[in-house]
Write a protein that binds this ligand. Sequence first.
Ligand code: C5P
Length: 248
Amino acid sequence: GQCAVVIVAAGSGQRLGHGVPKARVPLGGEPMLVHAVRGVLKAGMAGQICIAIPAGDAEIEGICAQLAGEAAAAGVNAFSVVEGGADRSASVRAALAVMGDAVTTVLIHDAARPLAPAGVFDRVTAALRDGAKAVIPALAVVDTIKTVIPAELPATGAGVEKVSGTPARHQLRAVQTPQGFDLAILRRAHEYALTLDEVTAAAITDDAMLVEAIGEDVYVVQGSTHSLKITSPTDLLLAEAMLQGPLR
Ligand code: C5P
């Protein structure tokens, strides 16, 4: 069967402070979305590509039209663009709704990780080929991570947070995209997502969470520092430096 790659690019990118949707923020002179799609083409496993974009953004539509040409030239059979939803999961669901019949596996990738190397795509695809139904790329964490709860300072009652726990760092992983799935399982996971209450649904930050929730094993492969999610202006600086080469 074919492998489809979904790129979710419908976020507003407000935290980056560029005043344009993140997918259009330039990196080395080209919109982030262009880097993300070229990365997928370079990796070479995509039979189909589907991009979820913000509603009514003619500029992104134009960028996608150009990328459709590049994808066709690279041998991709189908290239589609869908309107994203109110949150990331809704954008993924919009893309899953238009997958062609030939598709059996799907990689879900954030446009916000435009420099994810081909090696990561290869590792995810290889694990799917080796029988995994769900695969995520991840890195060990370097910081100690704590969970917190709302609290008040004893003397003043000032609202702060206090620590509620410290998970053992060696067990923790920072998770990236592309995340790879058997299409039928990912569809089942997203149907389950529609049954969740608003608060639970708002806490869904990746697709693997939903697959875990329906009881499927999610396998982990090595991610990459180049797959960083560009969220802050500092991330953008780092990505620019990576593009210059020495870090590449
Ligand atoms: O907001 P967050 O950093 O989790 O976004 C991760 C990815 O999900 C980004 O590539 C963003 O464009 C995408 N997204 C989307 N639709 C939304 C929200 C986020 O496609 N409604």
